[in-house]
Design a binder for this molecule. Structure first.
Ligand code: PMV
Length: 320
């Protein structure tokens, strides 16, 4: 009753913000993301390990804060009458800080707990289970460019093009490593209930998805850059106009956006995107990665820079 899975985080280029059904965690909009290669979360599950209660170790230390969500994810995969579980998780990047750690954590937990319980699910079933735990986690079950379709009563996820057919590098500028003040589930509901821009955000999403899909089909970097930056800034406008306001940025976040603008003015094929946190992800064609990295490293307030290519889907590593 033991299994280990690895999943990579993914970064949305057309973002998910808002839920259609909170109890089933169904997103209000579709989204398009890229799965990363070099950042990862590894989750080991021991079911029925003689414990009297569930236990979560993160990087070797007990983590009671994240345990309820992880336990609920395992409940939905294995069933509520399941034996107690020991979960050991490790990541090579900061968690809960707007770096899509929930995507990789819940994708890996879904895959590992199904295997530990000896259950086999179709990809569609795994997608629903991961998506129920965290909307973005369903996307980490797939590689490369990924679209999550918000289709009626469930979600559907597809790979738009594989990892090798349009290589890109993602340079992540970390401007703060502390966990964010407001988690995305709570924040999305605040936006839905209070932001005057929320309805327009929902109404325009299909247009942004169409533009991004078409840009990916044509391997048209400039068009993808335009729609991704627009969609990101639109999501943050929805957040800023919420009551209370949801401002995840700090001064270094803005300084990084300015660094990306200067790189673009010099002809560098790069664009930025920012999730519910202060980190800036600069997506570029591989030949520009060194210049982007250097510019972000020099940007005031940047604490650390991480780099990743595009990567593969969540997978079981043990039993292999
Ligand atoms: O899946 P969650 O609950 O971590 O929400 C993800 C929200 C964003 O990262 C801001 C956007 C996205 O599509 O990943």
């Amino acid at each position: 009753m033991h299994a280990t899975a690895i999943a990579q985080p993914n970064i949305a280029l057309v973002k998910y913000w808002g839920k259609r059904d909170v109890s089933r965690n169904l997103p209000a909009v579709g989204s398009i993301s890229i799965t990363l290669r070099d950042l990862y979360t590894e989750v080991s599950i021991d079911l029925g390990s003689g414990l009297s209660q569930d236990e979560l170790l993160f990087n070797g230390e007990r983590n009671d804060e994240m345990l309820p969500r992880i336990a609920a994810c395992i409940d939905s995969v294995v069933g509520e009458g399941r034996p107690r579980v020991r979960v050991s998780s490790k990541s090579n990047f900061p968690i809960a800080a707007g770096l899509a750690s929930s995507a990789s954590a819940f994708a890996a937990t879904t895959v590992a707990s199904a295997s530990a319980a000896g259950l086999s699910f179709s990809m569609l079933e795994l997608t629903q289970l991961a998506g129920q735990a965290s909307g973005s986690a369903a996307r980490s079950l797939y590689d490369g460019f990924v679209e999550l379709k918000n289709s009626g009563e469930s979600i559907e996820v597809t790979s738009l093009c594989d990892v090798d057919s349009w290589p890109m590098q993602v340079i992540v500028a970390i401007t703060e490593t502390e966990p964010k003040a407001v988690g995305s589930t709570v924040a999305m509901e605040v936006s839905r209930k209070t932001s005057p821009f929320y309805e327009n955000w929902i109404a325009q999403q299909d247009q942004d998805l169409d533009s991004a899909r078409a840009a990916i089909d044509r391997r048209d970097f400039e068009s993808l850059a335009v729609v991704a930056e627009h969609n990101c800034l639109k999501m943050h406008s929805v957040m800023w106009a919420s009551r209370p306001p949801l401002v995840y940025w700090n001064t270094a976040t803005i300084a990084c956006m300015q660094s990306v603008r200067r790189l673009q003015e010099d002809g560098c094929k790069v664009f930025f995107t920012i999730d519910a946190g202060p980190q800036v992800k600069a997506v570029c064609l591989p030949e520009y990665a060194a210049a982007v990295r250097e510019a972000l490293e020099k940007t005031p307030g940047v604490q650390q820079v991480m780099e990743s290519g595009l990567g593969i889907a969540a997978r079981l590593v043990e039993p292999s």
